[in-house]
Design a protein. Structure first.
Ligand code: G
Ligand code: G
Ligand code: MN
Ligand code: NA
Length: 253
């Protein structure tokens, strides 16, 4: 309850901010960023979303917070579009189950896109498997409606949830995100390597792009490359960056 009051206050006082973690292709070019929310708490300092997203979901405060995250991510997309490489960047935004399940979700996303002036084709929505399984028909409808406007969809933490391959077959996804738990021990555990190879084959056969997250070492990046992976995100390339740091990261020199 205390956290709820604090979250509410944090929202009204503008204590939340977005960090952005770059995503790179095989040549090392930045192809996109993932927006990751942070809470700059007046007493506790920077609070991780792992600590407050569950509470925000339980209290429903994820709805106004999620709306703000979409607005801020789209505003950043517009700022980036004016920069040196910005025109081609994707902005990945994590959307929580409660937010996605709102009947007005599609209308909300379209309203934020329209009022920000962001290019819908640059927005990539990250969903998790468990979120999709609950009401697959309505999930497919929502994804299809937004895809008609050019919005892309990525399946986050892939392989860790309760996904069924028959659902995967029906979902019009653009990208699978190999969960960092499979990347972490990739060089040490042959089972992780087998899973990564299986995800790559699945993506290729179904025409869905694959990105690996949590890439921390050059050895992991090279092995992922040998598995056919051409899209990467992780501390090896960059930690999540503030808006200022991101613009510096993207400018030549
Ligand atoms: O940035 P990081 O370590 O600290 O994120 C921790 C968790 O919080 C991850 O599971 C991530 O998906 C989630 N998360 C980060 N940013 C957002 C966001 O903007 N919205 C939602 N719903 N989850 C987020
Ligand atoms: O659930 P989701 O995949 O959205 O969460 C992403 C989380 O992973 C964020 O908390 C982000 O800070 C974290 N992260 C990003 N890159 C790395 C990495 O290379 N190693 C580790 N351990 N965590 C990472
Ligand atoms: Mn994510
Ligand atoms: Na993930």
């Amino acid at each position: 309850a205390m956290l709820e009051a604090e979250l509410r206050q944090g929202l009204s006082r503008g204590e939340f901010l977005l960090y952005y973690q770059p995503q790179l292709d095989s040549e090392g070019a930045v192809t996109g960023v993932e927006a990751l929310v942070r809470w700059r708490h007046p007493q506790r300092g920077m609070v991780s979303p792992a600590e407050f997203i569950p509470a925000a979901e339980d209290t429903g405060l994820i709805l106004p917070l999620g709306r703000w995250i979409l607005e801020e991510a789209c505003a950043q997309l517009v700022r980036l579009a004016g920069g040196p490489v910005g025109q081609d960047l994707h902005m990945s935004v994590n959307v929580s189950a409660l937010q996605f399940r709102q009947p007005g979700f599609v209308a909300d996303v379209l309203a934020v896109l329209a009022s920000s002036g962001a290019d819908p084709r640059r927005l990539k929505i990250e969903l998790t498997e468990s979120l999709l399984v609950e009401d697959i028909e309505s999930a497919i409808d929502k994804i299809q409606l937004l895809k008609r406007h050019g919005v892309c969809f990525s399946l986050d933490d892939f392989g860790t949830g309760y996904s069924s391959l028959s659902y995967l077959k029906r979902l019009p996804l653009d990208q699978l995100k190999i969960d960092q738990s499979f990347v972490h021990n990739l060089l040490l555990d042959a089972r992780d390597l087998a899973i990564v190879n299986a995800i790559m084959a699945l993506g290729q056969a179904m025409g869905i792009a694959v990105i690996a997250e949590g890439v921390e070492t050059q050895a992991q990046r090279e092995l992922l490359g040998r598995c056919g992976c051409t899209s990467f995100q992780g501390y090896l390339f960059s930690r999540p960056l503030s808006s200022e740091q991101l613009h510096a990261f993207l400018s030549p020199h």
